[in-house]
Write a protein that binds this ligand. Structure first.
Ligand code: F6R
Length: 366
């Protein structure tokens, strides 16, 4: 079943173009954005929504964090993203005009299910599940659903489920923007074209595997790593750190790059590799000055750049050039090399990639 791959994780990383194409089949050909992508009652449920609350755990939570940047900037709705195990036990202020989005690969995560039930008990009935398993517990509890079509994910570390969750959130962003009168016909066409091309763009990034494998060789001997990003790529840095921790057992932390001098810079020395997610977006210049701060302390930099964000290679500065900059959807491309980096670092270390110690694929107890 593994075919040419050594592990499910590697196979699932390489299945991402196909998983994305299947998830985005709804907009294939000339099809446009409609609330119906989220269920027959979506028009009614979305109507009058004034804010969005995303509840999830782990990698699914990181997908929600990316979506926050998209929904606020494009659909102009305020978004809160909260870890399900915190929300369920916190006294919060409910608002019935909130769209509650629960996001889960398995649809069985105990805390996410309980957080959803908690929101409903507080009077929030506008609920949407983004889930990879159509018959799961979470999907049975929501008014609306979007089923990602990643196919079964066997590796404990979530990869293709994450990128298809992002695709689902991109569609949700456009649907909410359209309902709010924030999406012109030209914008819709342009954004749909980018989504339809996404599987091809991901395929090109996957071709960078040999280069990333070399980086992983140098990485595997480290005990700690720091991941930096800004804007919608900050959650991608968080996801990169989570992947590295869970399968290679290297301690990794992610920071919004602007936070560096508020504490973590104290950790940086020659033994602390710093991974920077560096797309050619409007935050690039800010990020570059953060990277200089790292170099000045002797930290070794591993920079994931894309078209237009070229940073010169120099002593202690390693650059991976991704082929294109992908605008709003850039986080989908930038997570791929981080998945590959942790996979190959784990291979070098000889850990059990598909079944990391102490972890279960589906967390059905809190
Ligand atoms: C990390 C990972 C976990 C899950 C989390 C939520 O690679 O897989 O962090 O994302 O346990 O699981 P789901 O999405 O099934 O609710």
């Amino acid at each position: 079943e593994l075919g040419k791959f050594r592990h499910y994780m590697q196979k699932e990383i390489f299945e991402q173009p196909q998983a994305l194409a299947q998830t985005l089949e709804l907009i294939a050909g000339g099809a446009g954005i409609t609330p119906q992508h989220f269920g027959a009652r979506a028009g009614e449920v979305f109507d009058g929504v004034r804010r969005v609350l995303v509840l999830a755990c782990g990698t699914s939570y990181h997908a929600g964090l990316v979506a926050r940047y998209w929904i606020e900037s494009i659909a102009k709705l305020p978004v809160t993203v909260e870890i399900a195990s915190e929300y369920r036990y916190r006294e919060s202020v409910p608002d019935p005009d909130t769209l509650v989005v629960v996001i889960s690969q398995s649809g069985e995560t105990a805390d996410t299910l309980a957080a959803l039930k908690h929101a409903k008990a507080l009077g929030m009935q506008r609920t949407l599940a983004i889930c990879n398993v159509p018959e799961s517990a979470i999907v049975r509890e929501t008014a609306l659903r979007f089923i990602t079509r990643a196919g079964p994910e066997i590796g404990v570390a979530s990869t293709k489920a994450f990128t298809t969750q992002l695709a689902a959130f991109a569609l949700l962003t456009l649907a909410l923007a359209k309902i709010n009168g924030r999406l012109s016909a030209e914008d819709e066409e342009r954004r749909l074209a980018a989504l339809r091309h996404l599987p091809v763009a991901v395929q090109k990034v996957l071709e960078l595997e040999p280069e990333i494998e070399q980086w992983a060789q140098r990485f595997a001997g480290k005990e700690h790593a720091l991941f930096l990003g800004r804007g919608s790529h900050w959650p991608i840095a968080m996801e990169g750190a989570l992947k590295l921790k869970e399968i290679s057992y290297i301690h990794a932390e992610a920071y919004a790059a602007g936070e560096l001098k508020h504490g973590p810079l104290a950790l940086v020395d020659k033994d602390m590799p710093v991974i920077a997610v560096s797309p050619a977006d409007e935050l690039l210049e800010k990020l570059k000055s953060n990277l200089q701060e790292v170099r000045a302390r002797g930290g070794e930099l591993y920079v994931f750049a894309d078209a237009g964000s070229e940073i010169p290679e120099s002593e202690g500065v390693h650059i991976l050039h991704m082929p294109e900059h992908y605008g709003m959807l850039s986080p989908v491309l930038h997570v791929i090399p981080l998945q590959l980096l942790s996979y190959h670092a784990a291979l070098v270390k000889g850990t059990d990639v598909d079944k990391p110690r102490n972890l279960a694929k589906s967390v059905t107890v809190e």
